[in-house]
Write a new protein. Sequence first.
Length: 107
Amino acid sequence: ELVGAGYPIVTIVDLTDVWVTFNLREDRLAGLAIGDRLTARVPALGREIELAVSFIAPQGDFATWRSTSAQGGFDLKTFEMRARPVAPVAGLRPGMSAIVKWDRIPR
């Protein structure tokens, strides 16, 4: 086969160093800090895993979230956040979905 210049032909992934990336709305960010723990459900594994927050972006990105006020409000921004499993998770792979119930996180 022929591969065009600039196209990857191999991807190497370290499965011992995995994390979950979330884009968190700024109104959900209050009180969340690096080291905080949260629980995520991974549908592909059929179970919940415990995560520890390892990174919170210092600056938010523009998002098309709703306006916070109907009268001349402002658009909410999102912050990238990463969380790593507290213990090794058998079968966890890059690209799997992880669902967090943000209303269950203590503030």
